[in-house]
Design a protein. Structure first.
Length: 666
């Protein structure tokens, strides 16, 4: 078993792949490439195709890396490095005069790529090799996007509010995305300007890496830094969130395959990749997306990639430092609650491979200092803000996490490797098991703290449990080594086709057993296909909708939504629904931070949809008057019920000093 592990790892991280030419290319060539990068950026912008610059940046990064043999493997490592570079460069882009303009951003990053390649004596080399399991990795990502985008394909504009406004978390996420897009950089570096559109202390404490990356993608795809109409921008942000979910699914399957490759090949690799893909197709992580936890979704993708690359890191120490540092930056900036998982994995990998690390301690130390400083920037702003860490640690919220029994079962199966000789002889296996032990301990300690503090686990425990689930799913790839390889059969035609046949059978079986795919066969009940009964299946069929979607669509048609007027909506007889509609409109109006003191009291206004009891209506009208008194700006109230609208008008007319208007709508 140990020999197999070493051999397979050497094929993907061989000295031949890690070697570099002794001589640098002539410096005029380097200057020419720099000039070419800037010329490409400028021309791409002129033809409104700035996305080409990102493609060249990814391909160029992949070509100077020396880890992995296949194109997909190289591209995944390139995504890590380019993503880390974008987030790190954001500290510069946020303060220079050009903001997120695609020409200087792309030109600067391409210049940095040329410099790294020239000083590191790296000449572009990208071998076009594919593995059959690439189909499963890419197919899982494509399926995840197709299944989540499906209900949106026949509606557009405000009609998509029926699906895109499920939870208020996404309203705040959009406000952060729009603020970063408009200000041209991180909100924590523009806090005074950001407070107008973000509720304090969001601008300083909330991890904004995913919003920043989506804003950069939006700029490059549209070739403009102008956000445009906010209703359309909200729709684009939601599509980016779906893309983030699809990338998470792809990243988890790829990460499991990267680990499994340390022990298996052929149909066994195809099988384990299919099993992990089936778990994603089954929708175990769909609730995280539909709950509006957009930052968490992208962070889980980077946690999965980190868990994989620390088990099988790049052979060259410089590349290892670059990849590990990029992973830490990506996790810290997208969702720093998960940073302990990534940091523990990196530290564990460095320690277990210390015999190779210590002779090259200088670049490791320099990388640790530089990446540590970059990683600490958002944490410093969060720690020095008004946020109370103790109160936040026991905060309550929606309880969303994958199957606890599945998480526990995977963790126990991986911990069982402690009883094998494999774990004592293989550094990758020790790293993998160590990650699971460290993650399980972290979740257990945090859960015990919450139980002691409030008597039960709560919101953030579920998030850590979800992170542990992802680490365990990624790590389960190593269990494929327990499946014995096929013995060679000489002189048989079956031996030539049995590998692909077994791989296909394993893939179909995994989708049937784990995802409930029935391939068009008669279902055992009147409910139909089992996958259609999952949350992801119901979303696919358009059965999961927002209760405020029709109201928002009507408001948009009446011109009362996103019109820059500070507005509170009384459209239903539920205060929380009126609050959500008002909150979304403030995000679309770019004034959530300024208006949040007026939006919060809307919870006390459960009127406006249908005629209410006099006592309930009078209490709500009193709350309206208090809200208008405290407001620093004139307010507009949009009310559906005529009797409620008339009651609010009379109350305001009796107080002529108050600045507010009432209009009918909804």
């Amino acid at each position: 078993m140990t020999t197999t592990t070493r051999t397979v790892m050497d094929k993907d991280n061989s000295p031949a792949l890690a070697s570099t030419p002794r001589r640098r290319a002539p410096w005029p060539w380097a200057l020419g490439l720099v000039a070419g990068g800037w010329l490409l950026s400028g021309l791409a912008h002129l033809v409104h195709a700035d996305w080409l610059s990102l493609v060249v940046l990814l391909l160029g990064t992949a070509s100077v890396l020396r880890v992995g043999r296949g194109v997909l493997d190289r591209m995944m490592f390139a995504v890590l490095v380019v993503g880390g570079a974008l987030l790190t460069g954001g500290l510069l882009f946020s303060v220079w005069p050009w903001g997120l303009h695609p020409v200087p951003v792309a030109g600067t990053l391409l210049t940095a790529l040329v410099a790294v390649g020239w000083f590191g004596r790296r000449r572009p080399s990208l071998q076009v090799r594919f593995d059959p399991s690439d189909l499963v990795v890419l197919g899982t990502g494509l399926f995840a996007f197709w299944a989540t985008f499906h209900p949106l394909r026949r509606v557009s504009g405000a009609g998509r509010f029926l699906f895109t406004t499920l939870t208020e978390d996404r309203y705040v996420h959009f406000a952060l995305f729009e603020t970063i897009h408009r200000l041209g950089g991180y909100a924590f570096l523009h806090q005074d300007a950001a407070r107008i559109s973000l509720p304090t202390p969001t601008e300083a404490v909330y991890p904004s890496g995913s919003h920043y990356l989506y804003a950069v993608l939006d700029v490059f795809f549209r070739s403009t830094t102008d956000v445009g109409p906010t209703v359309a921008a909200y729709d684009r942000f939601f599509v980016f969130a779906l893309g983030g979910y699809a990338f998470m699914a792809l990243a988890i399957v790829w990460a499991a395959r990267w680990i499994a490759r340390s022990a298996v090949r052929g149909w066994r690799l195809f099988l384990v990749t299919s099993v992990v893909g089936a778990l994603l197709v089954a929708g175990h992580l769909t609730p995280v997306l539909l709950s509006g936890f957009d930052s968490e979704v992208l962070a889980l993708a980077f946690v999965a990639l980190t868990a994989a690359v620390v088990v099988r890191p790049p052979r060259l120490i410089g590349e290892r430092v670059l990849v590990f540092g990029s992973c830490l930056v990506l996790v810290a900036y997208t969702y720093y609650l998960f940073l302990p998982f990534a940091a523990l994995g990196v530290v564990l990998a460095l320690w277990l491979d210390r015999r190779r690390i210590l002779p090259a301690w200088r670049p490791v130390l320099v990388g640790a200092v530089l990446f540590g400083a970059v990683t600490a920037v958002p944490l410093w702003f969060a720690v020095t803000s008004t946020l109370d860490p103790k109160a936040q640690a026991v905060a309550v919220g929606a309880r969303v996490h994958p199957s606890t029994s599945l998480t526990l079962g995977l963790a126990l199966a991986l911990l069982a490797l402690l009883g094998t000789s494999w774990v004592r002889r293989s550094v990758p296996v020790r790293t993998l098991v160590g990650q699971v032990i460290a993650g399980s301990t972290l979740v257990g300690v945090f859960g015990a703290y919450q139980v002691l503090a409030i008597g039960t686990t709560s919101y953030y425990f579920d998030k850590l449990l979800t992170c542990l689930f992802v680490v365990c799913v990624v790590s389960m790839g190593i269990l494929a080594a327990a499946v014995r390889p096929l013995a060679p059969v000489r002189g048989s035609r079956w031996s030539a086709v049995r590998e692909p046949v077994l791989g296909l059978v394993g893939s179909v079986s995994a989708l049937t057993l784990l995802a409930g795919i029935q391939w068009g066969l008669m279902a055992p009940s009147v409910l139909g296909d089992e996958w259609k009964q999952t949350l992801q299946g119901k979303w696919y069929d358009g059965a999961v909708t927002s209760p405020r979607g029709p109201v928002l669509r009507g408001l948009a048609a009446q011109g009362l939504l996103a019109d820059s007027v500070p507005t509170l909506f009384l459209c239903t007889n539920r205060g929380d629904e009126n609050w959500r509609i008002s909150l979304l409109n403030s995000a679309l109006n770019r004034n959530m931070g300024a208006l949040i003191p007026s939006i919060t009291p809307v919870m006390e206004m459960p009127v406006g949809g249908q005629p209410a009891e006099p006592a309930v209506r009078d209490k709500a009208v009193a709350a309206v008057l208090r809200t208008v008194e405290a407001s620093k700006v004139p307010l507009r109230f949009v009310v559906h019920d005529p009797s409620t609208a008339e009651a609010v008008r009379r109350a305001l007319q009796a107080r002529p000093e108050l600045r507010a208007t009432v209009v009918s709508g909804c």
